[in-house]
Design a protein around this ligand. Structure first.
Ligand code: S3P
Length: 435
């Protein structure tokens, strides 16, 4: 468990090391869900043993999937229910995870029993209408019973659904996946049209598990023909590029650094952090690239002479949505302005990431102009240490610990336990890299 309060100082000797960040969060959730429905057993390697993904795995065990431990916690055998999951005995705890709740709602809506999904305070204040609307158009019976309208807990009265042709009102892989997962359990063709390409892990896993799925040449339209059968198949999950992003930025801003990150997922719908950092002048090279169902490779990052501000393009936003807080930190250390617009989705993440990122940067002396849909950071103003809150948001905690590695004095992040929702071992990696 990470300490509740973590302090860092300027890493004046640079950051050095060769590390393997934990498995990809998005892929881990999906592997647990699809593996739990599959026929047969499969070896799962490098599953993300963070609170978020363990909650999804526990939920799948409640539905009858069997987990047999392997030689380490991230390796196990998952035996599926062969499309015959049983009703859960208890309400399903999704913890802090929007992905877990939204994806599981898609599956549970199409299964013949009742269930209830709940989560922590942050999750119970995040919008669920975005998945309820399309699922209810398919005939799903869902009720949001939270204190806030349209929020969890979600009561699900599972039933047989109708296929749908649905245009997403926002670029969201979670909504796309909730509809596709419901669609794969529903007779007929379910199609989702996206306004922009979002992470395509569900589609790639459909292919891995032999589920017929068609994707248009531009990647915007995805269809699945249900009901499907799923064959269990061994899988190794690559390391999470969203976790690697903290070190890509850290080594790019702290002079004298060199870090190698092993077997990082390089899915083209997730790798814009590399494109944008390179555009800012970062020295990032990729080696040992493997073109598997999910491509991956080793990334080496060395500190560049300087970073330059940049404009993040609208089309890049869904591809680096989770990396924006740490990119804003990079922007604060870069020359000139870094512009992040068209990113209103940040307001409904684990925290309002526009407000929490801008607020913490200002508390360190940074210059930030906030907009409804983003922020503009004027970089090059030296940052000073401060005592900051993570606002219940793992990525805010880690982003500002990175900022503290190149700020004057001491930076203290309070309420860091939540780092465990996505990156168990972050503090250990931090200490290794600065030692
Ligand atoms: C995710 C999709 C993104 C991302 C989240 C994980 C996924 O959310 O921010 O961390 O695994 O599908 P949205 O779909 O809400 O953009």
């Amino acid at each position: 468990m990470p300490s509740d309060t973590i302090s860092v100082r300027r890493a004046s000797s640079g950051l050095h090391g060769d590390i393997t960040v934990p498995g990809d969060k998005s892929i881990s959730h999906r592997v647990a869900i699809l593996g739990a429905l599959a026929q047969g057993s499969m070896e799962v390697r490098n599953y993300l043993c963070s609170e978020d993904c363990l909650n999804t795995l526990r939920a799948m065990q409640q539905l009858g999937a069997v987990v047999t431990p392997g030689d380490e916690p991230s390796h196990f055998t998952l035996t599926g229910t062969g499309m015959k999951p049983r009703a859960p005995q208890h309400d399903i705890d999704c913890g802090n995870s929007g992905t877990g709740m939204r994806l599981m709602a898609g599956v549970l809506a199409a299964l013949p029993f009742r269930s209830c999904l709940y989560g922590d305070e942050s999750l119970c204040s995040r919008p669920m209408r975005r998945i309820m609307d399309p699922l209810m158009l398919m005939g799903a019976r869902l009720e949001a019973c939270g204190k806030k309208p349209g929020c969890a807990p979600l009561k699900v009265e599972g039933s047989s659904l109708n296929p749908i042709d649905y245009t997403l009102p926002m670029a969201s892989a979670q909504v796309k996946s909730a509809v596709l997962l419901a669609g794969m359990l529903t007779r007929g063709r379910t199609t989702v049209h996206q306004p922009a390409v979002t992470r395509d892990h569900t589609e790639r896993l459909f292919t891995h598990f032999g589920i017929p799925c068609t994707v248009s040449a531009d990647g915007l339209d995805v269809a699945v023909e249900g009901p499907v059968s799923i064959q269990a198949k061994d899988i190794t999950i690559p390391s999470d590029i969203s976790s690697a992003a903290f070190w890509l930025v850290a080594a790019s801003v702290v002079p004298g650094s060199r870090i190698t990150l092993r077997r990082v997922g390089l899915n083209p719908t997730r790798d814009a952090i590399i494109t944008v950092l390179r555009r800012m002048g970062a020295d990032i090279s990729v080696s040992n690239r493997v073109e598997a169902g999910e491509p991956y490779g080793d990334i080496t990052v060395r500190s560049p002479k300087a970073l330059q501000g940049t404009v993040i393009e609208k089309a890049e936003i869904p591809n680096l949505i989770d990396e924006i807080p740490v990119l804003a930190v990079a922007g604060a250390f870069a020359r000139g302005e870094t512009e992040i617009r068209n990113a209103a989705e940040l307001r409904v993440k684990e925290s309002d990431r526009i407000a929490t990122t801008a607020g913490n940067l200002r508390a360190m002396g940074g210059q930030v102009q906030e907009f409804d849909d983003g922020m503009v950071i004027t970089g090059g103003v030296p940052l000073h240490g401060a005592t900051l809150d993570s606002f219940g948001d793992h990525r805010i905690a880690m982003s500002f610990l990175v900022a503290g590695l190149h700020a004057d004095g001491e930076t203290t992040l309070q309420h860091c336990q939540n780092i465990n929702t996505s990156y168990p071992g972050f503090e250990k990696h931090l200490r290794t890299l600065i030692s």
